[in-house]
Design a protein around this ligand. Sequence first.
Ligand code: CA
Length: 509
Amino acid sequence: MFLRPLLLVLLGTQTISCVSAADAAKPNIIVILADDVGFGDLGCYGATLVKTHALDRLAAEGCRFTDAHSPAATCTPTRRALLTGGYSWRQEAGSSIAPGDAPITIQPGTVTLPSLLKQAGYRTGIVGKWHLGLGGQGGPDWNGEIKPSPLDIGFDSSFIMAATGDRVPCVFIDQRRVANLDPADPITVSYKNKIGTDPTGAENPELLKLKHTLGHDRTIVNGVGRIGWMSGGKAARWRDEDMADTFAAQAIKFLETPGDAPFFLLFTPHGIHVPRVPNERFVGSSPLGARGDAIQELDDTVSRVLAAVEKKGQSANTLVIFTSDNGGVWDDGYADHGPQGTHRINGALRGTKGTLFEGGHRVPFIARWPGKIKPGTESSALISSVDFPATFAALTNVPLPADAAPDSFNILPALTGESTTARTSAFFHVGGTQGPLALRMGSWKYIQAGRGGSGKAAAPDAGDAPKPKLYDLGKDPAETHDLAAELPDKLREMAAFTQAARAGSRTRP
Ligand code: CA
């Protein structure tokens, strides 16, 4: 240690050295949160029928985690947990899949991942899918200023879609306003009754270019039936085929914004959520139909975003994390999947998005940080994306208030490979404040009785819902042998731990 000041004086570059020391402590951070990408969907996780060159390269240059999880098996609760560091079953707002016109589910003033990083001096931005509600109690004003929004919970910039591609309104929101909105053609949205005169999937199926298999038969936009009805906003409506390109361009725009501050980008592509309508460049690019094509389109998006970082010479000082908001699902309401072949969306795991089996919440998780994370490594540490706030607060030396991020653990040592372990337990959730929870402790997995809000997508493998279940993932990663009846003491222990967590207000120290 005593050599360092001497070295600095000798080199005569004290100022420069201090700057690089500060940079090293505060790397740029890009979190890419993909949608509905399953544990087996990427080449680096065993897929052979789809090609994911950029993500495979990211894994080869960093660490691939094999026991990483989304805190919920569906979108909204995972995203809320990722941003707030609290499990989403703790409060009503954001505990289940939000309608497209829901009010904001994270109140301004809440300590969030971006607010912590802003405090650390970061320029913070979000590009992509939001799905956490917008506006006050009555929901967003689509034709005016949209507030509260991501801009009120810690993001300096925001280019988002309100909910999902299968929900109205089918428009992008740039900062506080719907992009390309003609004031003479205002937007109206309803999730209760039909409004306006636009054709619907139920009434005009002949106008659909994509058949729906579960619901999705309300207002038709760009030949696709959606959940909910909308009218107006014709000039602002998206073309699904251009969505990935639009979000990629906005992410790159954020990355190319000049400035000296380190940046945090939460990039949340829509891929590969339904409707899977990839750009014409990708149609037929995989042997698996639209779902496979959408994976390859997502990989291309990642490749372009990483190339923009590289072009700015920032790769060496940028921590990039890629993960998914829940497990994979084949049929989620449209005929947009294609042949399955030998492709296993969730690898050897049981269950899908919307279930509490591993296929619902064990997800791909890749982290690259040159010089800090050894290339080509693999980690079996138990981690969850609810851990981002505590981890990035630790990384950037921002104190985490005692009542903030109540379920977020600092997993930095596992992220950098200093430690081979992280959490000793973790909860996973589906559907509302009373929906069932699953608990991991060591290799044990406990699933409470009840189907929760898993929806139709999960129905084929919702399991024996009336009874709690117990598995030893060390011996039985595919959850085929329920040990609940054989090991009543272990079942009771895990049930008690779960009840205590529900009754309490935090799980972190
Ligand atoms: Ca999702």
